[in-house]
Design a protein around this ligand. Structure first.
Ligand SMILES: C[S@@+](CC[C@H](N)C(=O)[O-])C[C@H]1O[C@@H](n2cnc3c(N)ncnc32)[C@H](O)[C@@H]1O
Length: 369
């Protein structure tokens, strides 16, 4: 197969998608659910590190770089008083960034129960004086399976939605990828912004094709594809479910899925989300790096294996079509809480009725994933 300059899938025709209403949101097979659980268990099991442990991490420079990229995205697009939806929020690593942007209301959702609990304690200030100026709500749910607009009817619309280093977990099936985008679209106001970071499929496939076998990596990461990809070819008609195993020292060890960006872009358009920009993280750094503090970090990073990992990712910004009636969602200060108790966390589970339509929302703890 000839590769186009624009990317591994560049010359291939965009696949024909099922239309909404056809097979849309078909119930995932058991293995898809098991894989989602494996991802949840992996992240749930990761405990919070102390500051000393964090500084000793073999990927500390990469962590700082990723935080810087997320900070830039947030500073570029979040405005004072905004209502924020953080999909796959993890342990709340971005809470301080949102606070710096002076947002008004924050809703964080993650599939991993342990991570949401860590997010809760971090938001509450870990026993220290409360630091934040925005109210919040936390949910434990599979954001790529549950229809979130019902659960968040009183919280929406949001001015900005963020999904950092996680959207690729939706790409295991078309139904999940669609659910992810449908959720974002349904919850954003017209003109609202969707920011995110995820693996760059073009880079991963380029590296796979350059590798001798089906695995590649360096001292801090490896990626391995299964034997089914021994020819290193990918059908344009099957852009979902292209799985690989990703290991990143001190961070990730679970299945992930390739997200061909042009497919992501055209699918997003179906949900009224238009691309503002996409940049590989190396390019992002070159373009936005002006702060002297980070120049030193970057000089050091570029000599390390961690810099190669940064190349595996991209940053994107999408905008929800339409003219906003007002440029910002009305204040949600009356929503959410400044201190979140364990029992304030909402647990959601989609109940499929065979056609994949969600029947209801259960808010009991036992139903998390
Ligand atoms: C690499 S971490 C990123 C966490 C956070 N966004 C950040 O940037 O610090 C990926 C996160 O995605 C979450 N995740 C994976 N699949 C998910 C799903 N189906 N629904 C919600 N969260 C999911 C994981 O539990 C994990 O917290």
């Amino acid at each position: 197969m000839k590769r186009a300059a624009s990317g591994s899938y560049g010359q291939l025709k965009a696949p024909k998608f099922y239309h909404q209403g056809d097979l849309e949101f078909k119930e995932d097979g058991e293995s898809t659910k098991e894989e989602a659980s494996r991802v949840a268990d992996h992240y749930s099991a990761r405990r919070n590190h102390t500051l000393e442990e964090r500084e000793a991490s073999p990927i500390i420079h990469l962590k700082k770089l990723n935080n810087w990229i997320k900070s830039v995205l947030i500073q570029l697009y979040a405005r004072k008083g905004d209502a924020v939806l953080d999909l796959a929020c993890g342990k709340g690593g971005d809470l301080i960034k949102w606070d710096k942007a002076e947002v008004g209301y924050y809703v964080g959702i993650d599939i991993a129960e342990g991570s949401i609990e860590d997010c809760r304690t971090r938001y509450n200030g870990d026993g220290h004086l409360s630091w934040k100026k925005f109210t919040s709500r936390l949910l434990c749910a599979d954001c790529f399976e549950v229809q979130l607009d019902k659960a968040l009817a009183d919280d929406a619309p949001f001015d900005i939605c963020s999904c950092q280093f996680a959207l690729h977990y939706s790409w295991s099936t078309e139904a999940r990828a669609r659910r992810a985008l449908a959720n974002v679209s349904a919850l954003l106001r017209p003109g609202g912004i969707f920011i995110g970071t995820m693996p760059d499929a073009n880079v991963i496939i380029k590296k796979l094709r350059e590798a001798e076998g089906l695995a590649f990596g360096n001292s801090v990461y490896w990626i391995r594809f299964g034997e089914e990809y021994s020819e290193k070819k990918f059908k344009s008609t099957s852009p979902f479910g292209i799985k690989y195993k990703f290991h990143l020292e001190d961070a990730v060890d679970c299945p992930e899925w390739i997200v061909p960006f042009h497919v992501f872009k055209s699918l997003a358009e179906e949900y009224d989300l238009e691309l503002v920009f996409v940049k590989n993280n190396h390019v992002f750094v070159e373009e936005y790096l002006k702060v002297p503090d980070y120049l030193a970090l970057m000089r050091k990073l570029k000599a390390l294996d961690e810099w190669e990992v940064a190349y595996l990712y991209l940053a994107f910004v999408l905008r929800k079509r339409g003219q906003p009636e007002q440029t910002q969602t009305s204040s949600k200060k009356d929503r959410g809480k400044l201190h979140i108790k364990k029992e304030d966390i909402t647990y959601l589970k989609a109940r499929a009725n065979g056609t994949g339509q969600e029947e209801g929302i259960d808010t009991t703890e036992a139903n998390c994933t």
